[in-house]
Every structure is written in structure tokens, then in C-alpha cells.
Design a protein around this ligand. Sequence first.
Ligand code: CDP
Ligand code: CDP
Length: 233
Amino acid sequence: DRAAPVIAIDGPTASGKGTVAQRVARALGWHYLDSGSLYRLAALGALRGMAGPMSLGDCAAPSPDADEAAIAAFAARLPVRFDGDRILLDGADVTDAIREEAVGNAASRIAVMPAVRAALVDRQRAFRRPPGLVADGRDMGTVIFPDAALKVFLTASARARAERRYKQLIEKGFSANLPGLLRDLEERDRRDASRAVAPLAPAEDAQVVDSTALGIDETVERVLGLWALRRGR
Ligand code: CDP
Ligand code: CDP
């Protein structure tokens, strides 16, 4: 439904996009799209051999032999079911598995593949329904919803983001080490920002919000304030 308004919230890893976008969606009574989860699902499928035996190479490093076509075909038919707050991939509950850092890193590696990105475009746009959609990711405001009514680029220092991710992983019972996380995060930033297709960058008409020194409540207030301003115009 092209008429439904979209608020796009893009930004680097652990900037708080997901948390803030969900809270804004709830406050407005709108739908919510976590676009990163689709890349994570496609990556998990590739890691588990669901997209063909060689699809992600040996998974340990960026793999030149990764089979882009096979992963794209898997992404296009992505056998996912959203069942309440559980996510099922080919019937298996992967709600927690897709949140692991290894899967996030694999997602960032398959996200450089143009065919994989193309395979996910329509699925993302299908989330746009009345009364509105809050979508978070890397290219919501630039590629998927270029006509979004409000575009926010949410960022924070690498250090603050690594500390947030660290806390989040520990709270979920995963193991984590801060220097390793900071290194992975900076590498992911570089890969997301330097890829040829849909690189991570603020849309020209995006409002940049730096949350290094802001709590979640304040950031949500800031975004809702920007939306109120936008509507009042
Ligand atoms: O979706 P994204 O990777 O950008 O980040 P997130 O998963 O929403 O947030 C990462 C962690 O940072 C979560 O545990 C949030 O609660 C926390 N956070 C924070 O402490 N302060 C903020 N201003 C925003 C997020
Ligand atoms: O939570 P975090 O920001 O680390 O990751 P995510 O939003 O779940 O996305 C995982 C990976 O998918 C990112 O590192 C991006 O490379 C990729 N992604 C993308 O390319 N485009 C999107 N719209 C969303 C995610």
C-alpha cells in the first residue's frame, strides 16, 4: 500500500535502531519491519546449508567461492514464518539463533551481494500497510522506501555501540568480549559503508541523530518529535 506513511530508521550496528524503531512503532500504533532479520535469516540458511552445500564457503572469512546465485534464490523464497514473537525458518525456531554475532557477521557478508539485496526488495516493501510502517536497517530511506515521510539516521560512537552490544549479549546469556566486539563492529561498519550496492550512508534528506549520550527514552522522544514537526508542516 504505497499510501501508508513510512518512518525509515537507518544506521550502523548497535546504534539502537531496532529498539528505537519498535518503540516508535508501538507509540504510533504502526507496523514494524526489522529488515536486518531478513538478511540474518538468509545468512543462517546459507550457514546451515539450506541454500546449497557450498553456499557460504567455510564461513570463517569473506569467501570468494560463496555462491551468490544460490543464496539469492534462497533469499527470494525465504521459507520464514513469523509466529507471534517466534521466527520459524523452514519450521525450525531460529528466534535466538539469528541474533548471534556469527550470524550478524555472515549477514553483513551476504548483504554485499547485489542479487541477494534484489531478492529481498519486494518482501520488505510488502510490510508497508496502513496506518503506517516504521522500518529499520541500512537502506530503508535510500533504496527501499525513498519516499519515506521521515528519514532518521541513528548513530553513536563505535565505543558506545560496542558497549551496548556487549551488555545485550551478556544479558541474553551469550558469551562476549568487548575488544573483540569493537573490532568486529568496526570491520562491519567498514564493509557496510564501502559496498557498491546500497552502502550504509544517510539519505540526503535524513535527520542525523547521534545517541552516544542519549538514553533510549530520549532517543524515542527525539524521533517522535521529528515526526510531529514533519506532520505539522
Ligand atoms: O538495532 P541495532 O543493532 O541498531 O541496535 P539495538 O539492538 O536496538 O540496540 C543495541 C543495544 O543498545 C540494546 O541493548 C539497547 O537497549 C541499547 N541501547 C542503549 O543502551 N541506548 C540507546 N540510546 C539505544 C540502545
Ligand atoms: O543489529 P545489527 O545492526 O548489527 O544488524 P542487523 O540490522 O540485524 O543487520 C545485519 C546485517 O545485515 C548488517 O550488518 C548489514 O550488513 C545487513 N543489512 C543490510 O545490508 N541492509 C539492511 N536494510 C539491513 C541489514
